[in-house]
Design a protein around this ligand. Sequence first.
Ligand SMILES: *Cc1c(COP(=O)(O)O)cnc(C)c1O
Length: 394
Amino acid sequence: MSDNRYGELRPGQRVLMGPGPTDLDPRVLRALATPVVGHLDPDFLHIMNDTRDLIRSAFATNNHLTVAMSGTGSAGMETCLVNLLEPGDRAVVCVNGAFGQRMVDIVGRIGAEAIVVQAPWGRTIDPADVEAALKQGGVKLVALVHVETSTGVWQPVEEIAALARAYDALVVLDAVSSLGGAPVLVDAWQVDAAYSGSQKCLSAPPGLAPVTMSERARAAIGRRRTKVQSWYLDLTMIENYWGEARAYHHTAPISMVYALREALRIAAEEGWENRWRRHLRLGRALQAGLEAMGLSLIAPPEHRAPMVTAVRVPEGVDEAAVRRQLLADYGLEIAGGLGEFKGRAWRIGLMGNSCQWKNVVLCLTALSVALRAQGYKASADEALAAAQAALAAY
Ligand SMILES: *Cc1c(COP(=O)(O)O)cnc(C)c1O
């Protein structure tokens, strides 16, 4: 009996302006259609080496231990924490949004102790608070989020990283939404472990998590008294597959590696500095346009990330209805708020290949129409003029 109940895949055409995934470059789509080879095929080993070199370039690092973990950004987060922490260890975790909170959850599941350094959602972490936590002593690592995607806050890293080093603690950096959209200078900042996700400013599909670790971090893993709690994310074994030994651990997601390699190749061709500048200019243009509509942004101007902007929903406006209208009328996806800002904010992404001027124009225009339908007076003309002025200023 044949079963024809299921139609062909036909999702709607979208413009992806949420905080990932993003619209893919056609070259990345073509890479996904490349024939699958074996995960130990000599040709695939070259492809892995290229991918690893390109990940090093993205993180501005020479770290030997640099891999793409199978899984999304959260798998990168869990990889760093589960390999560096053992039960009973102490970790300082900086929390000013949903992703810092997720780290606390993982630290607790490991059976380690999280000393939480908090800042209100929408604010940066104060290095003085990190130092106070480090003074409690015996801290193995400090974990922080570079760009908190739940609020759009861009956290300065260097001062906190220097403090951690002064107290002989490792630094773990969440660069999931920042990598490829803003400088993530792992070696220069002396970050010991950093992770990202393939689907944000790198513009590959979701499914791989670039991870890099310093020699200091590797040594800490080498000194473990217990096995890494997760078999799947155990870097001591993964390292043997990405390294010379090419020892089988789990089957690499071949097509995803193809896609990530192509996405990284596109980014390297553009040039990392050019890419950061594109995100900064277009992010500032979008933000100027939103403010010209009278909207209020959650992150303060001096700590506002360019690749994701969290916007307060004005009084009397139905948050979800606006998103529904954008999707139905323009195929435009933006995201709602997370955690404390659920129902009270929109999050608009300008990440990787989605970070384009035409998308800024579409978003400001479509949003002004949707807001007027909600009785909120917003002028697309003024928004576009402000966006263009901001663009000219950068
Ligand atoms: C998206 C994101 C994550 C989680 O990544 P997933 O790919 O959704 O698992 C973690 N941290 C930050 C800052 C993020 O933006």
